[in-house]
Design a binder for this molecule. Structure first.
Ligand code: OAD
Length: 229
């Protein structure tokens, strides 16, 4: 029996776009309407925590109103034939909702709160009780969104690099590849590993990457056809 191939996905906001979640840098994207350094940076949180809580409460509300799309589902279904790992920059949990069993969140999770005084303490928020404010106290701790803000370390980066280095196939979906260190993952594939990039408006990528310039849902169908050949 041959070992199953390991396929590693690196996903960004574009994989959730067809679920109705607004991306960050497209026209009408979140960073046109909000100042990223006010709502998603370490300094912004210190300056005005109420604004940051309210920004993430709105993102939670948006996420709870959506469902996974065919791209999330296709990735999950590949588990029948491959060892599938998803490394996502997204803070939504649509990959898990679609059935993916191995999902690593580089930038944290929306439906989670973290103790202000202890990074190791987190609590799952629920659809009935997800709003947080600077006054929220859980088990005696003031909390913050469990999000990696700009200006903070990305603790999951090293484990993500290890996964990418073991990939037999690496697939990037729906990201401008503009936020580091996530954008650097591509550098860690083994030489000769097939790399695909699905994005209707792809960023510049190194020679040798197969670009599928399509939305995530149709792009995943194209990829599956390519993998079957
Ligand atoms: P961006 O908003 O920078 O990029 C979204 C990408 O999705 C673009 O390349 C679009 O072309 C693509 N896209 C749009 N519609 C698509 C579709 N239907 N299918 C596939 N792709 C589509 O989002 P990210 O690259 O994910 O971090 O942003 C990275 C990080 O920047 C985020 O995790 C967030 C943000 O600031 C934090 O907040 C910490």
């Amino acid at each position: 029996m041959t070992a199953r191939k390991k396929i590693v996905f690196s996903t960004g906001a574009g994989v959730s776009a067809e679920s109705g979640i607004t991306t960050f840098r497209d026209a009408e994207g979140l960073w046109e309407k909000h100042n990223v350094m006010d709502v998603a940076s370490h300094e912004g949180f210190l300056r005005n925590p109420a604004l940051v809580h309210s920004f993430y409460n709105a993102r939670r509300r948006d996420m709870l109103a959506t469902a996974p799309n065919d791209a999330h589902r296709a990735i999950a279904e590949l588990e029948k034939d491959y060892d599938v790992y998803v490394i996502t920059q997204n803070v939504d949990e649509l990959h898990e909702m679609a059935g993916s069993s191995q999902v690593m969140h580089l930038h944290g999770k929306l439906m989670s709160a973290r103790a202000l005084d202890d990074d190791s303490l987190t609590w799952k928020l629920t659809p009935d009780n997800y709003e947080t404010t600077p006054e929220t106290i859980i088990d005696g701790h003031h909390v913050r969104p469990d999000i990696v803000f700009f200006g903070e370390a990305v603790p999951m980066f090293e484990p993500a690099v290890e996964l990418v280095a073991q990939a037999d196939i690496f697939v990037i979906i729906g990201t401008t590849l503009s936020v580091y260190p996530a954008a650097a993952l591509l550098r860690y594939v083994k030489p000769g590993t097939p790399v695909y990039y699905i994005d209707p408006n792809p960023a510049q990528v190194p020679h040798g990457v197969t670009v599928i310039a399509q939305p995530a849902t149709t792009g995943m169908r194209t990829l599956m056809d390519m993998l079957r050949k």
